[in-house]
Design a protein around this ligand. Sequence first.
Ligand code: 4NP
Length: 156
Amino acid sequence: MTSVLMLCLGNICRSPTAEAVLRAQVAKAGLSQRIRVASAGTAGWHIGKAPDSRSQAHAQVRGYDLSTLRARQLCEQDFYQFDYILAMDDNNLADAQARCPKDAPVKLLPLLSFLPEAPSLNVPDPYYGGDQGFEQVLDLVEQACAGLLATLNSES
Ligand code: 4NP
């Protein structure tokens, strides 16, 4: 079993989107018994809340159901329980690196490192923007998850 934790700031926009997208791709590839997917935020502001309604609406148009997901905060156990922690942007990555215990074997990487043609390693935060930002999150996350899945497949 390989496990992947998607990480952003609030765990209500980008990382729940990435969780649902990767889970759908994993299911489509028939790998649900082999790849576990979850998400968390570096901040605790939205703990227990469902994803942002805008993220839910944009994802639903592409066939992803985010409604059952609930926000939680990154915790120390995550560094031991997941094989990969994939950060949506530089800030999330730096926060996680600062909290990562030295003996944890986790691979802590930007999600967009699995999308070599991406213009930067950041999935832009859509929270204070408009519709286009939520579409951009879906575009980047769908492509990066396809690259990630190819990597996970080649490892196992
Ligand atoms: P996320 O977006 O990190 O993609 O979940 C945000 C959600 C909430 C806030 C910022 C970013 N906030 O400031 O509450």
